[in-house]
Design a protein around this ligand. Structure first.
Ligand code: HMG
Ligand code: MG
Length: 299
């Protein structure tokens, strides 16, 4: 059956903006976006990424973003940290939760973080240890769980094994990334079933990009199998700089609208979210990628 409640992880300020190829978006806009998302009831906002600014110029102001936001009680402001250098930056910026990110595909791992899957996992061990010492919770991502831009199909057993290793290292939750949005519902359920053999489904999240317009259908499918944490991006912003053709994450507005219709609680104010989606897309000169945002937007 479907879950009663879904926890939404808003990744727009990070996954949504990291891929913008134009001029670097100002810190003020990023800070306003995060503050407004918190005001709309979002309880978990992935706000920044402590990665190499040469690799991802849009995230080069991670420390300034973290310093600029007005922290709300009960809201988690998280950041990506691929290595110790990233975690040290996050700690200095007062980040209370971080994420490491690996992949189920060797080629994607190489292109994204410049190392093999095994090297990446070895690199995460000291990151997770140091985070623990600072009482910082660590989330783990696995990319390319339903397909890779370089290798095509990915064996669900490989997704399961990387997920299991991240869990065993100390990640409290594993977010399964359909990085290039190629999945379809039955494929998503089969992948999930294999991963759930290794990791309890209550510790798994769905991070689906909407490149092929399948994300809502895939989410509805995996919710039937116990997924109750969903990563989304306001206005469907974003993509991945190392995944050719990747479009944004599934739009937060679209997911909230669907969940409202299903009677599933999220605690998010859809009207405010729609305003935010229209505002941020105007700021960065993008089309709104949310159907619900277009339908309900008044300007
Ligand atoms: P590298 O070049 O192999 O690392 O990069 P290195 O240790 O040799 O360092 C090279 C340079 O980077 C050095 O500077 C380091 O100081 C610097 P230099 O001496 O040349 O001036 N450096 C850093 N600077 C700032 N922060 C850091 C950092 N680390 C090293 N943390 C590295 C390895 C992982 C750093 C690099 O490949 C990188 O930053 N990659 C970014 C990848 C990325 O951000 N991808 C997008 C996020 S993942 C994603 O979107 C998928 C997800 O959404 C799920 C899904 O959809 O599937 C999560
Ligand atoms: Mg992503």
């Amino acid at each position: 059956g479907l879950p009663e409640k879904v926890r939404i992880v808003e990744v727009g300020p990070r996954d949504g903006l990291q891929n913008e190829s134009g001029p670097v978006i100002s810190t003020d806009i990023k800070v306003e976006l995060i503050n407004r998302l918190a005001d709309a009831g979002m309880q978990y906002i992935e706000s920044a990424s402590f990665v190499s600014p040469k690799w991802v110029p849009q995230m080069g102001d991670a420390s300034a973003v973290m310093a600029g936001i007005s922290r709300r009680e009960g809201v988690v402001y998280a950041a990506l940290t691929p290595n110790l250098k990233g975690l040290e930056g996050a700690i200095a910026a007062g980040v209370e939760e971080v994420a490491v990110f690996g992949a189920a595909s060797e080629s994607f791992s190489q292109k994204n973080i410049n190392c093999s899957i095994a090297e990446s996992l070895a690199r995460f061990i000291p990151v997770i240890e140091l985070a623990k010492q600072h009482d910082i919770r660590v989330r783990g991502y696995v990319s390319t769980v339903l397909g890779c831009p370089y290798e095509g199909d990915i064996d669900p057993a490989q997704v399961a094994s990387v997920s299991r290793e991240l869990l065993d290292m100390g990640c409290y939750e594993i977010s399964l990334g359909d990085t290039i949005g190629v999945g379809t519902p039955t494929k998503a359920r089969k992948m999930l079933a294999r991963v759930a053999n290794e990791v309890p489904v209550t510790k798994l999240a769905a991070h689906f990009h909407d490149t092929y317009g399948q994300a809502l259908a895939n989410l509805y499918a995996v919710m039937q199998d116990g997924i109750s944490v969903i990563d989304t991006s306001v206005a469907g912003l974003g993509g991945c700089p190392y995944a050719k053709g990747a479009s944004g994450n599934v739009a937060t507005e679209d997911v909230v609208y669907m969940l409202n219709g299903l009677g599933i609680k999220t605690g998010v104010d859809l009207d405010k979210l729609v305003e935010i989606g229209n505002w941020i897309t105007r700021q960065i000169g993008r089309n709104n990628g949310s159907k619900v945002g277009l339908a309900l937007g008044c300007d």
